[in-house]
Design a binder for this molecule. Structure first.
Ligand code: PLP
Length: 453
């Protein structure tokens, strides 16, 4: 199989899976039938049984340039040998400084100050801590509540998990910070009133305004949102949603944080989706995942100059900003990110994604005709096939979730990894995917759905 790992031995070992039924947590030898991937190349992964599969979710929405990129691997090795680490508290890293310059050059508007962290959760967590700091320095210590959305996902740290509204992640992790307030997901497919897109937009904006009024604007510091709710099921808001929400934020001096951990770095055909796809220049953009194509961990946030100016220089009033990790902007990660950006540019992958997106979306949309499929949606190289055996139901049923699991198993047998999230099969393949590979991926998905139904 080419694997140096003994699967039988690993089954009995100490490694615990991050997502597990609790009854299995204390048992050894319960990998839950999860695959062991041993090598990968391009858009494919190979498992310990020697099977080659298309990686539908692209790792976890992160393998932009695909597996096995020599320029990235070489950059990692070279930086590790040159200087593997420097303290980000005490010293400066060349790769981090250069990467910040590159990221600020393609971030929208005056978002040109970059703080690095270690991944997506720490990026969002740090952005939220910045809002806290900002309002304290401005002398308005009550302005700290965060409004976010049901079905949003922002991470696994204490605060970012509290800001994540996916119901499945919450039971028994029930820290209810009264700092966090949830509004509806902009999910037209499951919207109970079955309204038109325009009416739904008015409903969502009114709900946001009412919530701010109820909390009082002087208590609300930030609105936190993914441009497209990724883990929530590739939920695409009605046209104009982000712009209207941003206008409301501006009215009440609330900072808008656009969580682009998934949508950034080419996933939607642009470095960031906020401005190019959704027509907004937020105050803060968070990023991670695709910044290194998943080769090594890295995250961060880009901050607007005008926001930063309000609390720096004379406005700082002697305050001191401290927020960072030992591995914030790790030099090896930043070197990998620079090489990753180089590959995206050399292969013109942003243009490739824009060119191939309509084909990808058209092919996926054809699956809507299958009886088990309730909805198909997507933007860029992000797609979701939602199983809905009862299209009139306002929520996914247990049966729908079982169907998605069975489709996932069948896809695996047929050579495609699909990552079911509840009743949804999501796809976010590497950006290098070609038309024939899209055909193959969608045809495996189709055959698997037909086999299950
Ligand atoms: N934000 C979004 C939109 C995400 O999808 C994720 C992870 O999936 C995160 C934040 C957290 O990122 P990480 O898992 O790198 O901490």
């Amino acid at each position: 199989t080419g694997s140096q790992w003994n699967v039988a031995e690993l089954e009995g070992a100490a490694h615990r899976h991050l997502i597990s039924p609790a009854e299995e947590l204390a048992k050894l030898g319960t990998s839950g039938g999860r695959p062991l991937f041993t090598s990968a190349d391009g858009i494919h992964v190979r498992d310990s049984h020697g099977r080659t599969l298309i990686d539908g979710p692209g790792g976890m929405w992160c393998t932009q340039v695909g597996y096995g990129s020599k320029p990235i691997a070489d950059a990692i090795a070279a930086q590790a040998l040159r200087i593997c680490y420097n303290s980000p508290w005490y010293s400066i890293s060349g790769p981090a400084a250069e990467l910040a310059r590159r990221i600020s050059s393609f971030a929208p508007g005056d978002l040109n100050h970059v703080f690095f962290t270690t991944g997506g959760s720490s990026a969002v967590d740090s952005a939220l801590r910045f809002v806290q700091f900002y309002n304290n320095v401005l002398g308005r210590p009550t302005k700290k509540k965060i409004i976010c959305r049901i079905d949003g996902y922002h991470g696994s740290s204490h605060l970012t998990a509290a800001c994540s509204g996916r119901a499945g992640n919450r039971p028994n992790f029930d820290l209810e910070l009264d700092t966090v307030s949830f509004i509806s997901a902009p999910n037209i497919y499951r919207h109970p009133q079955g309204k038109s897109e325009a009416a739904f937009l008015e409903f969502l904006v009114a709900e946001f305004e009412e919530r701010i009024a109820a909390l009082k604007p002087e208590n609300v510091g930030a609105f936190l949102a993914e441009p497209i709710l990724a883990s929530g099921g590739v939920i695409i808001p009605p046209k104009g949603y982000h712009r209207r929400i941003l206008e409301t934020c501006r009215k009440h001096d609330i900072l808008y944080i656009s969580d682009e951990v998934v949508t950034g770095f080419g996933r939607c055909g642009h470095w960031f989706a906020s401005e190019e796809v959704f027509d907004i220049v937020p105050d803060i953009i968070t990023f991670a995942k695709g910044v290194t194509s998943g080769y090594v961990p890295l995250g961060g946030f880009v901050l607007s100059e005008s926001v930063l100016a309000k609390i720096s220089g004379e406005n700082a009033k002697g305050s001191f900003y401290t927020n960072g990790y030992t591995y914030s902007g790790h030099p090896v990660s930043c070197a990998a990110a620079l090489a990753n950006i180089g590959v995206i540019e050399d292969q013109d992958l942003l243009a490739h994604v824009r060119e191939i997106t309509p084909y990808f979306q058209e092919q996926l949309a054809k699956l809507r005709e299958l009886p088990l499929v309730g909805d198909v949606r997507g933007v860029g190289l992000l797609g979701c096939v939602e199983c809905a055996t009862d299209p009139t139901s306002e929520a996914a049923t247990d049966f729908d979730r079982q169907v998605a699991l069975r489709i996932d198993r069948q896809c695996y047998e047929n050579g495609l990894v699909v990552r079911p999230i509840g009743s949804m099969c999501v796809l976010s393949p590497a950006l290098i995917i070609t038309r024939p590979q899209i055909d193959e991926m969608v045809s495996i998905l189709r055959e698997s759905i037909v086999r299950v139904q």
